[in-house]
Design a protein around this ligand. Structure first.
Ligand code: GDD
Length: 306
């Protein structure tokens, strides 16, 4: 039976990944930097001793790396931490795998932000596209991806890297667009906020997928991907951020005014990211099961009930 270790399991995607694996036939090792319950093992990628201890003791056959700094917005303010966790953290993980469990299969989770500034004509973006990251986060994930490819090439370890596009769902932190919009709408409905929603750049186009479909893709890749390969994880469809806002507002009876605030604008924001998912589909037969409209409704209802 496969012994699957998940890092970053108390994070947004990590917690969905753990729930997903609980319904499959694998032995699960749930790890996190901060431990809040007895079923979780402490593992901090930046503390190499903790990585050695956990990997030597548990000897997983598969690892999904979901530990990381996931906010593009925050990466502008916390550049150093973003690189420490997203790049040096995975270097520790790969070095320990190489030394103690060299046959282990590792899924490294990267980002569409690695593509950065792309031409409209390059969409849907294939994995072979040129990489022009615009954010510190994008560069940190690009570095992690190149690091994985170098370890696969030079040492022959079974590591593969995703470029995952935007993913949403209940439980994602504030600071991500659908959460920021939905919380404000719910607060306006409750009378806790004047009927003005503060937003950032509404012109960007992003490729959104429900987190439950994303973790299914990760499971399929974990067992079917080729070492040394990159895989886009995305729906292949683009939505402008204003469309996301309009869908959420259309689900509310409140009369809402939209105001753009400068503190929500980033020094640079990638204008368009729509991915080509054909490699993922041909490798795994993955398909999208959840609609974005439904995911948005669930997120809004979560804040209404909170
Ligand atoms: N967060 C946020 N809040 N973003 C806003 C807002 C707002 O009030 N208003 C507009 N935006 C715009 C951002 O400028 C960006 O263009 C878009 O909405 C999406 O922002 P985020 O939800 O913060 O996501 P992201 O695209 O920067 O990064 C997400 O997707 C990546 C893959 O493309 C994260 O999930 C990353 O971890 C992931 O790798």
């Amino acid at each position: 039976m496969a012994k699957v270790l998940v890092t970053g399991s108390s994070g947004f995607v990590g917690s969905y990944m753990v729930e997903h694996f609980k319904n499959t036939d694998v032995e699960l090792i749930v790890t996190s930097r901060t431990v809040t319950n007895q079923n979780t093992v402490r593992l901090d990628l930046n503390d190499k001793e903790s990585v050695i201890e956990v990997l030597r003791e548990n000897k997983p056959t598969h690892i999904v790396n979901l530990a990381g700094q996931s906010s593009v917005g925050l990466s502008w303010k916390h550049k150093q931490t973003t690189f420490e966790v997203n790049m040096l953290g995975i270097m520790n993980l790969l070095d320990v795998v190489l030394e103690y469990i060299p046959d282990c299969r590792i899924l490294s989770v990267g980002s569409s932000e690695e593509y950065g500034l792309v031409n409209l004509g390059d969409c849907p973006i294939p994995e072979t596209n040129v990489l022009n990251p615009l954010s510190p986060y994008g560069l940190s994930k690009l570095s992690a991806g190149y690091l994985c490819m170098q370890y696969a090439r030079s040492y022959g370890i079974n590591v593969f890297h995703t470029r995952t596009f935007n993913h949403i769902g209940v439980g994602q932190n504030l600071g991500f667009v659908t959460q920021d919009f939905a919380k404000q709408i719910a607060d306006i409905e409750k009378g806790d906020q004047e009927p003005i929603i503060n937003v950032g750049n509404l012109e960007a186009i992003r490729d959104f997928t429900d987190v439950r479909d994303i973790v299914e893709a990760y499971e399929l890749l974990l067992f079917n991907a080729e070492g040394g390969e990159i895989y886009n994880v995305c729906s292949g469809k683009g939505l402008r951020i204003i469309e996301i806002l309009n869908i959420l507002i259309s689900k509310s009876k409140a009369d809402i005014n939209i105001v753009q605030s400068t503190d929500k604008m980033r020094p640079a924001d990638v204008p368009i990211l729509i991915g080509d998912n054909s490699k993922l589909i041909s490798t795994t037969n993955w398909n999208v099961k959840h609609t974005i409209e439904n995911s948005l409704e669930e997120i809004l209802n979560y804040y209404r009930e909170k």
